[in-house]
Design a protein around this ligand. Structure first.
Ligand SMILES: Cc1cc2nc3c(=O)[nH]c(=O)nc-3n(C[C@H](O)[C@H](O)[C@H](O)COP(=O)(O)OP(=O)(O)OC[C@H]3O[C@@H](n4cnc5c(N)ncnc54)[C@H](O)[C@@H]3O)c2cc1C
Length: 389
């Protein structure tokens, strides 16, 4: 999911419409528990910022647009290098590779190597017990997909199945949805060893309407197991070094913020380099601008994750009996929308960013969908809140 925060950065880079053109417009998150009770009903419309929505997108689409922009800017890319650590010598930071070779000295290293960063050595990876199986599945407009929703079904918090429309990876490529199923890391081998049909029966029992997607999964290998880690680096930087994205802070993707946070971090360091008088001043400025928002979302994600992925019965009870009813109250609904859009804690003004032009983004998505299917008229589903349309 790309949130208004990540899109604000992409808009400033001139890439927002190109990215949106690959994605799907998501108006709300809707989650029902096993008996049909609403556990999560969160339309972006409750944000109070007209026209704002989320964008479901395949990560390859986002990567490709960014990669093309890097190439167009003439930035050199060196691939097939495994970074093992880094070191400072004579006022320059060098990367040390796994084969023992070293890079030339750099004024600064930005560690964007994700949650298992080797540069952030000696730190706990904070692996969470639950991860999820994921597949990107082709769909057609004739399929019964709620094109404008991220939908989930839960059995307590120990089972979750979800479907998220993610647009199309490019011309000639089909529309896709991301399909995911919660699974504890310790159960992965057992899942692999069991017949696929047994797992499909479990999914169908929780959400029978996903049968048309399950029919498109014919082998265990179509599903990728993603592990989640909740970890905040003790030192988000050092001399001529700054960590951004998951290398600084990683969390479970329940709130769909990680890539957006990484984009904000990247924008922060770019802005800081423009303003600061030295590299080290720039890294501390960037950390200061981003620090509060990062801490806030790390705390909120840690609090929310057990409500959607855990074994203790107390968490789903809180989710269904306390959080869901409370979120119908206007101030709470607005807070929830602000949290899921990444805007809680006002991360944009400090970085000199504004919300992007969502009418242009909506047009970019609609034209791609229309080009794909001449008879396209968006079939959207309303959530239970009246203003979700
Ligand atoms: C299943 C799943 C769903 C998610 N859903 C969402 C979502 O909806 N919205 C959202 O915003 N976020 C989501 N996230 C989180 C998001 O993917 C991450 O927060 C985001 O990718 C972080 O970006 P990054 O650039 O910091 O790190 P990464 O995307 O992890 O990129 C790190 C890169 O560094 C490379 N690398 C790592 N180690 C080395 C090394 N030693 N040497 C050289 N290269 C190295 C890796 O190969 C990789 O290419 C999800 C995550 C998962 C797992």
């Amino acid at each position: 999911m790309l949130q208004p925060t990540g899109m604000a950065v992409l808009a400033r880079m001139g890439l927002a419409e190109e990215v949106a053109a690959h994605g799907a417009r998501i108006d709300a998150l809707l989650g029902l528990e096993e008996h049909g009770r609403t556990a999560l009903d969160a339309p972006y419309a409750r944000l109070g910022a007209p026209g704002v929505f989320g964008i479901g997108i395949h990560r390859a689409s986002l990567f490709q647009v960014l990669y093309d922009a890097v190439n167009a800017a003439g930035i050199a890319v060196e691939t097939s290098r495994e970074v093992a650590s880094s070191t400072v010598e004579h006022g320059q930071r060098h990367l040390v590779f796994a084969d023992g070779k070293r890079s030339p000295g750099h004024d600064m290293v930005i560690d964007a190597s994700g949650w298992a960063s080797r540069i952030a050595q000696g730190e706990q990876h904070g692996l969470l017990p639950y991860g999820a199986l994921w597949a990107s599945l082709p769909v057609t407009r004739a399929d019964p997909v709620a094109w404008n929703l991220l939908e989930q079904r839960y059995r307590r918090a120990s089972q979750m199945v979800g479907v998220l429309p993610i647009g199309s990876r490019g011309s000639g490529q089909p529309e896709e949805v991301a399909f995911f199923w919660s699974l504890r890391g310790q159960d992965l081998d057992r899942w692999r060893a069991a017949p696929l049909e047994r797992w499909k029966d479990e999914v169908r029992a929780l959400w029978p309407e996903t049968h048309f997607l399950l029919d498109r999964i014919t082998s265990h290998d179509q599903l990728t197991y993603a592990r989640y880690a909740h970890r905040t680096a003790r030192r988000p930087g050092g001399d001529r070094l700054i960590r951004i994205g998951d290398a600084w802070h990683s969390a479970s993707p329940q709130l769909g913020q990680g890539a957006n946070m990484a984009l904000l971090d990247a924008w922060g360091i770019a802005q800081a380099l423009r303003q600061a008088h030295s590299i080290n001043e720039a890294t501390s400025l960037a950390r200061r601008w981003r620090g509060d928002h990062v801490q806030l979302y790390q705390a909120v994600t840690a609090a929310f994750t057990p409500m959607f992925q855990s074994d203790a019965p107390m968490w789903p009870w809180l989710r269904d009996r306390v959080m869901a009813p409370m979120s119908k109250l206007p101030p709470v609904a607005r807070l929830q929308a602000s949290l899921m859009s990444g805007l809680f804690g006002w991360p944009l003004p400090v970085l000199g960013l504004d919300l992007p032009d969502y009418s242009a983004l909506a047009s970019a998505i609609a034209s791609r969908a229309a080009a794909l299917d001449q008879s396209y008229s968006p079939t959207t589903r309303q959530t239970s809140l009246p203003d979700a349309s």
